[in-house]
Design a protein around this ligand. Structure first.
Ligand SMILES: *Cc1c(COP(=O)(O)O)cnc(C)c1O
Length: 376
């Protein structure tokens, strides 16, 4: 039997056992403790920022960011359609309505021109500005942030950067997640680094970081008894999870280098294939972490993306179709959407390739060879 080749596996190789044991021995097994503070400090340093708050999931981080921005019932929030549902669901948690915007073909992320159209149309239709914009750096590829931020400033609408897949990615030398008003990260098992489950919210200042912390810990007012003026959440990262995160941070630089090297191997091996295009940085300002290497099949391909996925599965190789856009999801079929056909085309033509840092060069070459064989 051929060995299994997975899309993206957690990679535990460093000091996880040591730090977790220490966290348990020290009895700090509550969502509070020295490893949480240390993990936040490591994230601050890595991102060259000062106000990262560690929470229990990337989804929780988006929820908190939107809550701090005052999103509530009756508001509309613009969200990239081509993404994972977790980018959008917190909009609904807050009683607001998502408005979906399609992608441009260079980065596969929010199309700035369509964003402008959407804002103008929503103002015309609802007589109100959208309350926030959620932009995603899909598969680690930075969105066109200069254009998006310029539009956001023009209309004075805050941007939440969903960098769940993009820790280590850079846009014009700036780390993804630090460009919008808020940024969010995910440390789920399949992401760049993991805390088994976790996330972080990158806040613009001390005040909003304190607000995030307050909301993430049940919104307890500072009194000698439990007193609540605000609805809070139980979203703080535990000290044990943070201990895993501290060990993972020691490996992050190497992990990003390795994911980029994996993309490089695919790019070279698929270079001469006329019907397969690997998704790569579309210009000098983009520096993807290549969390997942992804390809698009040309019209002339003798095999569809889903057929190729099935063929690869017969070899014990896990690939996956790209995210099915939110405007094509039953739960969001009634949401307003501004489309240009790009995300629908990506969904029907694209495939994510195994990109785990646990994979050898040889295994990556084997995957690429099979893709070449099946698309001949
Ligand atoms: C994983 C992911 C999230 C959610 O993160 P969790 O930590 O799993 O809650 C949000 N957005 C995107 C784009 C993701 O890939």
């Amino acid at each position: 039997m051929e060995d299994q080749i997975k899309l993206s596996l957690p990679h535990l190789a460093g000091n996880e056992n040591k730090y977790v044991k220490d966290a348990i021995d020290s009895t700090w097994i509550t969502p509070l403790g020295p490893y949480v503070n240390r993990f936040e400090k490591l994230l601050d340093e890595y991102l060259s920022v000062e106000n990262v708050v560690a929470v229990s999931a990337g989804t929780a981080a988006i929820h908190l960011a939107l809550a701090i921005l005052g999103v509530g019932k009756g508001d509309e929030v613009i969200c990239q359609s081509m993404t994972f549902a977790a980018s959008a669901n917190p909009i609904v948690y807050l009683g607001a309505d998502p408005v979906y915007v399609d992608s441009e073909p260079d980065t596969w992320n929010m199309d700035p021109a369509l964003l402008r159209t959407a804002i103008n149309e929503r103002i015309k239709t609802t007589k109100r500005k959208p309350k926030a914009i959620v932009v995603v750096h899909l598969y680690g590829m930075p969105a066109k942030m200069d254009e998006i931020m310029a539009i956001a400033h023009e209309y004075d609408i805050p941007v939440v950067e969903d960098a769940a897949e993009a820790i280590g990615s850079e846009y014009n030398g700036r780390k993804c997640g630090t460009i919008g008003r808020f940024g969010i990260l995910s440390f789920n098992g399949n992401k760049m680094i993991t805390t088994s489950g976790g996330g972080a919210i990158i806040c613009p200042d001390k005040e909003s970081a304190q607000r995030a912390l307050f909301l993430a810990t049940q919104a307890r007012e500072n009194r000698p008894y439990y007193y609540h003026e605000t609805i809070g959440y139980n979203y703080r990262l535990s000290n044990v999870s943070a201990a895993i995160g501290c060990a993972q941070m020691e490996e992050l630089k190497w992990r990003v280098d390795r994911r980029r090297a994996i993309h490089g191997i695919y790019a070279e091996a698929l270079h001469d294939n006329p019907v397969v295009a690997i998704h790569s940085n579309p210009g000098d300002e983009f520096n993807s972490n290549y969390w997942l290497s992804t390809i698009l099949l040309d019209d002339a391909s003798p095999i569809s993306a889903d057929e190729l996925r099935q063929k690869m599965a017969e070899h014990n190789i896990e690939t996956r179709l790209l995210w099915r856009p939110m405007h094509m999801q039953p739960i969001y079929s009634n949401a307003p959407v501004y489309t240009n056909g790009v995300s629908e085309r990506l969904f029907s033509r694209g495939l994510c390739l195994p990109s785990s840092t646990t994979l050898s060069d040889q295994q990556i070459h084997r995957v690429a060879q099979l893709i070449n064989d099946y698309t001949k």
